[in-house]
Design a protein around this ligand. Structure first.
Ligand SMILES: N=CN[C@@H](CCC(=O)O)C(=O)O
Ligand SMILES: [Zn+2]
Length: 419
């Protein structure tokens, strides 16, 4: 299957040789070719350039031509932090929060992560897969081309492995790039209440070896937070993951700054995620680091907690990504376009910074920047086509109603524009 997109008003995120990530001031540069074309072949980006330099395709057989006059084309979203596999929604907790309870208070009553774990325990692997697949299809239709997914609602060896196997099956079923993270340290399992050290030992001695044995996860994760896992416990998990060949992506600084970020940067974490509460030492540790700071604006919106100080991080030379955090408790949405809008509206990021954070840096936060996140020959043909608009900033400006009119995933038209 071959596709030619012609007459593109602006082709954004173009690189002959894409950087592996963008940091600080680089994030405000979104290379663009005006009046451009893009050719796709066998699911890959084959050629792009200005319509003025158009050499012409000589073989028009099996070629679908899309006229993108007046529209922008950009790389598809790379959503580097989700909990897409879960058993059920938690809208009653949403009501509780409206009535005044906090996320922490709901968790203390057995709601939150433990509520999701109880629901998931009684669900078969097949049922869990059936529930997750439409969520993933919806995300792809909204423009996500690669995604990270976590376990963390299992909290027992059996149920953590069940979640990770579902993630593997979602990858096989859809063919999209999915990276998986083992998040056994999401909460202390209910049957280990009062025995936290025993639960941590279970993670270290049984879960991580079992996950590695089946090659079910790319990364280890932990919820480093008061009432969940301490900095020391988190670093034990990071070290054990490393012994088994898994790098780390860690939930940190959501409600409290415990001081883990400098240690995680030193330990070579791929990303540190959430960061709603930041101290000067955290910002300094991320200055020039390869560890990506991942902001989750949909979670800030949904829980009414602070937004990550992205402006400050970028101005201090950090590499920043944006992801959805799609999960039933704190961000029940896979809408990356909305996350990008919020990055501009609430986090003072420029449209170029927000788009880079959601594409190339999102790919980097999954170690997928060689194949995803930019318009580069040979990369996977995951692209978005906007509605007709005068400036690309119309995309984040048009919040709530996505201005994405067309979606191409692995060279297949998932959503067609109306020409
Ligand atoms: N903060 C920890 N984990 C999830 C929420 C999990 C849940 O509430 O189910 C998050 O990233 O926001
Ligand atoms: Zn999360």
């Amino acid at each position: 299957m071959r596709i030619l997109i012609k007459n593109i008003r602006g082709l954004a995120g173009v690189y002959d040789d894409a950087p592996s990530l963008l940091r600080g001031k680089e994030m405000d540069k979104l290379p663009m070719i005006e009046n451009a074309f893009l050719a796709i072949e066998d699911g890959k980006i084959a050629l792009f350039g200005s319509m003025d330099d158009w050499g012409g395709i000589t073989d028009w057989r099996n070629l679908e031509v899309i006229d993108a006059e007046g529209r922008y084309v950009l790389p598809a979203w790379c959503d580097s932090h989700t909990h897409l596999v879960f058993a059920g929604s938690r809208e009653l907790e949403f009501e509780d929060r409206i009535k005044g309870l906090t996320y922490e208070q709901i968790a203390k009553r057995g709601g939150g992560i433990l509520n999701s774990a109880a629901k998931l325990a009684s669900m078969s692997e097949a049922e869990l897969f059936e529930k997750a697949l439409p969520r993933l299809s919806e995300a792809i239709e909204m423009g996500t081309g690669a995604m990270e997914m976590k376990s963390g609602y299992g909290l027992s060896t059996k149920n953590e492995l069940k979640m990770l196997r579902v993630i593997k099956d979602l990858q096989k079923e859809t063919g999209i790039a999915i990276k998986s993270s083992f998040l056994g340290a999401h909460a202390i399992a209910a049957d280990y209440a009062g025995k936290r050290r025993a639960y941590i030992d279970l993670i270290l001695e049984e879960m991580i070896p079992a996950v590695a044995e089946e090659k079910l996860a790319d990364y280890v994760d932990a919820f480093c937070e008061e009432g969940y896992f301490s900095v020391a416990e988190t670093m034990e998990i990071v070290a054990r993951g490393a012994e088994y060949g898994m790098k780390s992506k860690i939930h940190v600084n959501q409600f409290n700054a415990l001081g883990a970020i400098p240690e995680l940067v030193k330990a070579g974490a791929v990303s540190v995620d959430h960061l709603e509460v930041l101290e000067e030492a955290d910002i300094q540790a991320l200055n020039g680091a390869n560890t990506i700071a991942t902001a989750l604006p949909l979670c800030s919106l949904f829980l009414s907690i602070p937004y990550t100080l992205s402006r400050k991080l970028i101005d201090n030379n950090a590499a920043l990504a944006i992801a959805t955090d799609y999960n039933p408790g704190s961000a029940p949405s896979s809408n990356m376009a909305l996350a990008v809008s919020l990055a501009c509206i609430k986090m003072n990021m420029t449209p170029a910074e927000a788009i880079n954070a959601a594409t190339l840096n999102g790919a980097a936060a999954m170690e997928l920047a060689d194949t995803h996140g930019s318009i580069t020959n040979g990369k996977v043909a995951n692209v978005l086509i906007t509605e007709k608009c005068e400036h690309l900033s119309f995309l984040p400006y048009s919040f709530g109603k996505s201005a994405i009119a067309g979606v191409i995933n692995h060279g297949k038209v998932i959503k067609a524009i109306e020409e």
